[in-house]
Design a protein around this ligand. Sequence first.
Ligand SMILES: [Zn+2]
Length: 334
Amino acid sequence: MSPTLNAPWIAVQTAQLLAQRGHAWLLSGPSGLGQYDLALSLVSAWLCEKPGPQGACGVCGSCHAIEVRTHADLCVLMPETVMLALGWPLSEKAQDEIDKKTRKPSREIRVDAMRDAVEFSQRTNARGQGKAVLVFPAERMNNITANALLKTLEEPPGEVKFVLATEAAHQLLPTLRSRCLSHTMLWPDKVQALSWLEQQGVVGVQAEVLLHAAGGRPADVLRQAASGQSLVWWSSFPRAMARGDVAALSDLSPSQAIEALQKLCHDLVLCQSGATPRFFSLDKLPDSTASLASLTGWYQRLTTAARSSEHPFNAGLMLEALASEARLAITASP
Ligand SMILES: [Zn+2]
């Protein structure tokens, strides 16, 4: 089960959305706010046998089927990498191809999966509570899949509800956006986020610093804490990177390393412009001699690297390259 599923700010938003009628919702906002959890909470309520105004009952057959990822009336449309990460089963054919190493898990929502979803929405429902399609992250559809979904949204085959969750709504087809009721994810306030983190076992100064580091997004904090990113590590990270010390990256996957470096770069840019850093405290940042242009260039290279970081050629080499590039970028002459 996803950690923020029962978080108070997700519960509030579930009740808000259930109070309105809509057969297609678009949930948008930056990452770490729980759009996937809200989407799951919403479809669980739609399919629940005894839903209340607050959402699904959590104990009926339908709720259980969702928990064990086998609900016949729920279609989950995600890139295969995301399905695997969130514990959803792939179609038999897809699993077979990946097991046989014919191809790697897809980072986009595949045309095949969309075809299955269109077929799903035309079938009669199995459990009698209607059907639901959950799309996440919706920005990972290409034009073909997005148009197929659009067609299904325009001619809803009846009794199917849709929820699209995205971290980049601007990347969606405008026609797709206009077919959905739109909901912008709420930010939990600091007190709420800290008390929720405490329940999850992240406490005290560590919670506060990591929440700051995650730009106020509690789900990101939990992810960081789970991957062993401690307070001490985070505080020493900027100077370690100024030295090009790859050991500071050794517990991270390439995508986590890139994310941390982007935060560092972001803060160095803020400092250069005289603004307050967002992710690190000012006294932990190295004195950078780099120009704004060279920091921006570094940020762009990190963004490019992020695209290939889920399947790096060699993770160790990639981390070494990232550390040495960080040192060069931070210590570049103006
Ligand atoms: Zn239920």
